[in-house]
Design a protein around this ligand. Structure first.
Ligand code: DUC
Ligand code: ZN
Ligand code: ZN
Length: 472
């Protein structure tokens, strides 16, 4: 019952523990929601979890998800905090980092109040918000950002695309500068809005209004140019940035060059850039809309580049960019305006429940990355880059006992009906998967057991965060 006077509430016994650095056989002793012992033949706990034959990994941290975000007139996101975090948990995640969107004319704190009210009492996983800055007023930059950083909101996101949301270069510079002073890391959505708007106009003038032209109007060059510009602006004011949802080799090369210049940066890619292509947007009966997201999925060569980037370290993060809309719904992909032109199709796809199995199956099971890299890309690096480490993202004495027990031999097919999210489809329907997180513990409490939810909503708590590791 005790090791060095420590009684265990739970022992996870007989598994193979996997961290970003090591793989070893060990039992895990848990007390008060934290890991208090790692070793062979630990004494009995009050409860026991049999992990024989399983890989015991840190619960996934998905640091890029959109939940209940306003998305245009008449459009409603398919997930609230309950359904998104439920799907995430069943897919092996224990922490989500959704965005709090500042709408123009609204302060950051006011925006946060709204998101906290939606999340409070409804989450199955722990959560922590990034702040989207769309209106960088002197009050936002000079007062709200530093005050909120002190309170644990240590990351912000800026957009270079979407009228109404994107910032001009001078606004980006001012925001980056304020973020450096406040010690907040900045996530950047890199696409050139003016080029895209021009191309959208041309497509529409030519009558090319189908979902596929979402992809042709957002070319690689628009992403590469904006990536270069974002990195240059960050260099000018010496602010650490994360280039999010990178879709292709040319943007990756910009990241590589900035690293060679010595910039403190990180790169992120997502499942859609590993297993989808722009061809998917050609699906008939408007089904191509199911794959509309930005940047769009590219081609096979881009997929290969992104896989290489995961292997070689161009990418530190692998996130879902879960941004769900229902398909067969006038408040989703099939909005009246969306059917009239791709320009209005709500932008984003669901993926919070499938992120981890896709990378495990396509990456680890097929021998492209090892299981330690898998843990780094899906949990540890998220915790380090967003100020949650070592409380989250690893298996170590003192860390929260957020654990995902994977059956590496489980063979499944992705079916929307199993994902427990709010969308009426998954872009990955029918995909064969090897390896699945069958049991999940959140802060020591059994939350998913043999694939079944055994917890209720409201067990997830809000996490204040420290500084990103990019600040040194
Ligand atoms: N950017 C995101 O990060 N998510 C969904 C849509 C978008 O443009
Ligand atoms: Zn984005
Ligand atoms: Zn996103």
């Amino acid at each position: 019952m005790t090791v060095a006077g420590v009684a265990f509430d739970t022992v996870v016994r007989g598994g193979t523990v996997v961290t970003a650095a090591d793989t070893f056989a060990a039992d895990i002793g848990i007390r008060d929601g934290r890991i208090v012992a790692l070793g062979k033949d630990l004494a009995d706990g009050d409860s026991e979890v049999d992990a024989r034959g399983l890989l015991v990994m840190p619960g996934g941290i998905d640091s890029h998800v959109h939940i209940a975000q306003p998305s245009g007139e008449g459009i409603v996101m398919a997930d609230d905090f309950e359904s998104a975090t439920r799907s995430a948990l069943l897919g092996g995640n224990t922490t989500l980092m959704p965005f709090c969107l500042q709408e123009k004319g609204v302060g950051l704190r006011e925006a946060l109040n709204g998101y906290h009210a939606l999340a409070e009492g409804n989450c199955y996983t722990d959560v922590s918000f990034h702040l989207i800055v769309s209106d960088p007023t002197p009050t936002v930059l000079g007062q709200e950002m530093p005050a909120l950083a002190e309170e644990g909101y240590t990351s912000i996101k800026v957009f270079m695309t979407y009228e109404g949301l994107r910032l001009r270069d001078d606004e980006i510079l001012a925001t980056l500068d304020a973020a450096r002073r406040a010690k907040q890391v900045v996530l950047v959505h890199c696409e050139n809005e003016d080029a895209i708007r021009y191309l959208i106009g041309r497509r529409e003038a030519d009558g090319d209004i189908e979902p596929y032209h979402h992809a042709t109007s957002r070319p690689v060059a628009a992403e590469r140019e904006a990536t270069h510009r974002a990195l240059s602006l960050a260099e000018i004011v010496d602010t650490p940035v994360v280039i999010v949802h990178v879709s292709n080799r040319e943007a990756m090369e910009e990241i590589g060059r900035a690293r060679l210049r010595g910039q403190k940066i990180a790169g992120e890619t997502c499942p859609q850039y590993l297993v989808l292509t722009a061809e998917d947007l050609k699906a008939g009966d408007f089904e191509g809309a199911k794959y509309v997201c930005s940047p769009p999925p590219r081609d096979k060569a881009s997929q290969e580049a992104c896989w290489q980037g995961l292997e070689t370290g161009v990418f530190d993060l692998y996130s879902s960019d879960h941004c769900p809309f229902r398909f067969d719904d006038p408040a989703g992909k099939k909005s009246e305006k969306g059917q009239a032109s791709f320009r209005w199709i709500p932008n984003g796809i669901p993926g919070v429940g499938t992120r981890l199995p896709i990378l495990y199956s396509e990456g680890v099971a097929k021998g492209c990355i090892d299981v330690n890299r898998f843990v780094a890309l899906t949990a540890t690096n998220h915790a380090k880059l967003y100020g949650l480490y070592p409380r989250k993202g690893t298996i170590a004495i003192g860390s929260d006992a957020d654990l995902a027990l994977w059956d590496p031999a489980s063979v499944r097919t992705i079916r929307n009906e199993d994902l427990a999210h709010g969308a009426d489809y998954t872009p990955y329907e029918g995909m064969g998967i090897t390896g699945w997180p069958i049991t999940v513990l959140l802060r020591g409490e059994l939350a998913v057991e043999n694939g079944r939810l055994v917890t209720g909503k409201g067990k997830g708590t809000y996490l204040g965060r420290g500084r990103s590791a990019l600040f040194g």
